[in-house]
Write a protein that binds this ligand. Structure first.
Ligand code: HEC
Length: 151
């Protein structure tokens, strides 16, 4: 996906979500956004695929799953608005973590094409840290906000 399009979409959400964010941190009782959750589950599956690819030194498989992470779909606009309302004043941070994951996944795909196992594993570690950064910052607050079940 084209970076400038993605950025533009988030900026549009910022404008749309501003009113919700300004109204504070009221919980959203509409349930956790479904598509967003599905996208996350898919990301988790791709990470498993990457691990398997590394185990078998199957760099094509690594590259395919890394590409899928780098180009993961966005949730629909209605969900993005709700998520941005959740992020409120932290929206730039949320967006930054998302960008970091896209970039780390694209780097991993490039490394996989190069076939240097050690460099691939380093790039995979960077990608995992990208996931972790957002999760440690936002995941529990997100669940609280949407009153979704904790794991
Ligand atoms: C920009 C923030 C952000 C990034 C980046 C991010 N996640 Fe998430 N992730 C979340 C949030 C918020 C939830 C909680 C969603 C929910 O409860 O419905 C979540 C939930 C999940 C879940 C659902 C299961 C669970 O235990 O909560 C999986 C699987 C997951 N993420 C995988 C990943 C992987 C793999 C990456 C990196 C490739 C990643 N995520 C990157 C924010 C992020």
């Amino acid at each position: 996906m084209n970076m400038s399009n993605r950025f533009g979409a988030w900026v549009a959400i910022l404008a749309l979500g501003g009113a919700g964010a300004a109204s504070g941190v009221l919980a959203d009782e509409g349930g956790a956004p479904h598509e967003f959750h599905e996208i996350m589950e898919d990301l988790g599956d791709h990470m498993v695929g990457i691990t398997e690819g590394i185990t078998h030194e199957d760099w094509i498989r690594v590259a395919e799953h890394a590409e899928a992470v780098a180009n993961h779909p966005r949730p629909p606009m209605t969900e993005r608005v709700r998520i941005m309302a959740f992020a409120g004043t932290e929206v730039a941070q949320f967006k930054k973590y998302d960008n970091e994951v896209h970039e780390a996944a694209a780097t991993l795909a490039d490394e996989a094409a190069g076939g240097d196992g050690s460099a691939i594993i380093t790039a995979f570690g960077r990608l995992q840290n990208g996931c972790l950064d957002c999760h440690t910052t936002f995941r529990s607050a997100y669940r609280e906000h949407f009153l979704s079940a904790a794991d």
